[in-house]
Design a protein. Structure first.
Length: 205
């Protein structure tokens, strides 16, 4: 069953413009184009798009994603298993940071001095870095060193001031969500905050 570009955009939660761009750069080309110029996508195209979005969530640039997916040795199932491990570690870290936010709010509102160690719960990147290094080694063996080296160069370029800025942005986003939480998840401010949170995670992590 072929899918029109608007259907694919709605299914994946991306814009039609994004799909057009993916087509232009050869990252996700439709299986066919009708005489009227409409792009048609197959189930296999949707699977590739899913994989693209997984790699994007882990911070891979589009050109590197294309090289990996087009590699003869690409194993979709193994890639998904690797993605899952990294995402689970990120989930644990985010849950710990949320607990740290709650503890900090409680200390502020209750006038209680917060334990200094508790102030930094969730900021330790050790576990995530371990999984990233493991994944990087596997990716280097499968897809070549050039792709992985470029990814590491980009992510390792963060300085202490960069991390301070990143965490400052994080705190502002969380604060906006917390302020509107009593209004329920459908509240526009909550939804806007969740959107900003997702963008923040995608951009930096």
């Amino acid at each position: 069953m072929p899918y029109m570009v608007k259907e694919v955009a709605e299914l994946a939660g991306v814009s039609v413009r994004t799909l057009h761009y993916y087509d232009q750069i050869g990252l996700l080309k439709p299986a066919a184009i009708t005489p009227a110029g409409y792009r048609l996508y197959t189930d296999e195209d949707l699977e590739r798009l899913q994989q693209i979005l997984f790699f994007k969530e882990l911070g891979f640039p589009l050109q590197e994603i294309k090289q990996i997916l087009d590699s003869p040795g690409f194993d979709r199932a193994q890639a998904l298993r690797d993605h899952k491990q990294l995402l689970l570690e990120k989930k644990k870290r985010l849950e710990e940071i949320i607990r740290t936010v709650d503890k900090t709010l409680s200390s502020i509102e209750g006038g209680i001095t917060m334990d200094k160690k508790d102030m930094f719960g969730g900021f330790d990147m050790t576990k995530i870095k371990e999984h990233q290094e493991k994944y990087a080694a596997e990716a280097r063996a499968k897809y070549g060193s050039a792709i992985v080296d470029e990814t590491e160069r980009r992510t390792n370029a963060y300085t202490e001031s960069d991390w301070a800025r990143i965490m400052g942005e994080w705190e502002n986003v969380i604060r906006g969500i917390v302020e509107a939480m009593e209004n329920g998840p459908a509240d526009p401010q909550v939804q806007e905050g969740v959107g900003k949170l997702r963008q923040h995670i995608t951009r930096y992590y």
